[in-house]
Design a protein around this ligand. Sequence first.
Ligand code: MGP
Length: 293
Amino acid sequence: MTSVLSGPSLAASRAALSAALADQSDAVDDSLEPGEIQEVDMQAQAEGIRTVFSDPTNFNVKHPLYSPWTLWFDSPATKGRNLPQTPVSAFPQTPVPQTPGVAAAQGWMEDIKRVISFDSVEEFWGLYNNIVAPSSLPQKANYYLFKEGIIPAWEDEANKNGGKWSIQLPRDKNRNNVDKMWLYTMLAAIGETFDPLLTEAASNGAPPSSLITGVIVSIRPQFYRISIWTRLAPSATDEDGLRARIEGIGRHFKTNVLGYPEGQRLAGPLATEVEFLSHKDSEKKGKAKKIVV
Ligand code: MGP
């Protein structure tokens, strides 16, 4: 599978990689004979290493994302309990918004705990390296990664007219894939590659507007589900021409992020296609027409 980093995330990764390589080449001792091993002064190296965590109050390397994101979590083990505050005090924390949507979703949000917010590439990796991967989470757990200020509920203003692309994968056959799939989904979300109109609009000077509000991974007894939530959903008549843009997100998710060939059919026992459903249709729980890519 190829990397899906783009825009600032890709630039940030490249910058970090070249800085690391430059540091390494500086450290090579030219007086060494071929095959001779350089002695390492661990103490001096520990003092000299420049990482983003060297200075917890003023990071010396920080690559901003297009927007800040918040990770939410729920599992049978967190129901009715408050999660302890994260020990990484350098991560920015902001209060949960108090909008009418938040009040309406109160019951649904009761067991969903806010873990942390972040707004840079470094903070994302700091978080990612310190949380449990989906394949090791208990059954019925979910991670929700949403843009800051948007709660992971249909009722939020940003979600109420939207929908979701999702794929369901049998758990036994995908234990080894799900962690990578979730990582690549998160990277595509924070790197804003799902809806590239955002980056085009920004370079024209127009206000950026991405259709993506968040991404979710759900662990269920027999399957995993990964979902991409959008602000809007196409209408049956598609008078606003939104359908093509929504389908573009689904195709990018299926081919570039999950790594399936475009024409491959995926549905089978416990598996679905990559399919789109509006939240209004999800709420109705009826037989609604899904878009499939
Ligand atoms: P789910 O967890 O998205 O589906 O929604 P799943 O995994 O098929 O079902 P589970 O029972 O195995 O978890 C499950 C149910 O939660 C829905 O049928 C709704 O009743 C409720 N629900 C889900 N979402 C995303 C929302 C939401 O955003 N708001 C509210 N109020 N209820 C929700």
